[in-house]
Design a protein around this ligand. Structure first.
Ligand code: FMN
Length: 214
């Protein structure tokens, strides 16, 4: 684990074990669209995972740095197939019905890491469809930025990308502006209004997943 890894992240292994929870517990996979050790969005994903767990969901928090994949290239795919890290991610996607994605905004857009990861997951692996891994999933999206607008512009595009893949993205979304000052030393969100928004978003995800499983 690097010293500046955000609280809540134990680098190297998914946090949470959905297999050990009752089968009707909503299972959520949470990750950030940034690999940076001190990523503000990793902090946000970690807080969101914690809030969702408090509401009864089984949440697996992962760090995409642990799932490295080359930039998608059809020739690479033909020569080498699906990268092992993407195979592992596909398995995680298959095991969870909900997604929490916290991603930075790069030049008003989603990050290459998020796009590349989702593109690879969407590819078939032998007879196994990639798109089937997204079909019927529910997601809550969020963004943190040191800027005043909290990555708002990218949220629309994350929403669009996920919808194109077949994911239902809930209307609740969370944007954390001036995120460099937004977290306490122990990794919590300082602003109670933002915590409320996060709780509402996680509760909506939990409620919808529970309804689908009923
Ligand atoms: C290439 C690049 C483009 C960026 N563009 C934006 C932007 O359009 N809007 C914004 O709010 N922040 C922008 N930023 C700043 C990021 O929000 C900031 O680096 C943030 O901390 C990245 O997220 P992370 O902390 O989760 O890694 C940009 C950063 C990079 C590296």
């Amino acid at each position: 684990m690097t010293t500046d890894t955000p609280p809540g992240f134990l680098h190297g292994s998914p946090q949470g074990s959905p297999q050990q929870t009752p089968p009707d517990t909503p299972r959520i996979l949470a990750f950030a669209g940034s690999a940076r050790s001190a990523s503000l969005n990793k902090q946000l994903a970690s807080v969101a995972a914690d809030r969702a767990r408090r509401q009864g969901a089984a949440v697996t928090l992962i760090d995409l740095r642990d799932y490295p994949a080359p930039l998608y290239d059809g020739d690479l795919e033909e020569a080498d197939g699906i990268p092992p890290a993407i195979r592992a991610l596909k398995k995680l996607f298959a095991e969870h019905q909900g997604l929490i994605i916290a991603s930075p905004e790069y030049n008003g857009f989603i990050t290459p890491l998020l796009k590349n990861t989702l593109d690879w997951i969407s590819r078939p692996d032998g007879n196994a469809s990639g798109l089937a891994l997204f079909d019927g999933k529910l997601a809550v999206i969020m963004a943190a930025s040191p800027g005043a607008f909290g990555g708002m512009r990218s949220l629309l595009l994350t929403r669009q990308l996920l919808a194109n893949l077949g994911v239902t993205v809930l209307p609740n979304q969370v944007s954390v502006p001036r995120a460099g000052q937004a977290f306490t030393d122990d990794g919590q969100l300082a602003d109670t209004g933002l915590v409320e928004r996060l709780d509402k978003a996680c509760a909506a995800l939990h409620r919808h997943l529970s309804c689908l499983q009923a």
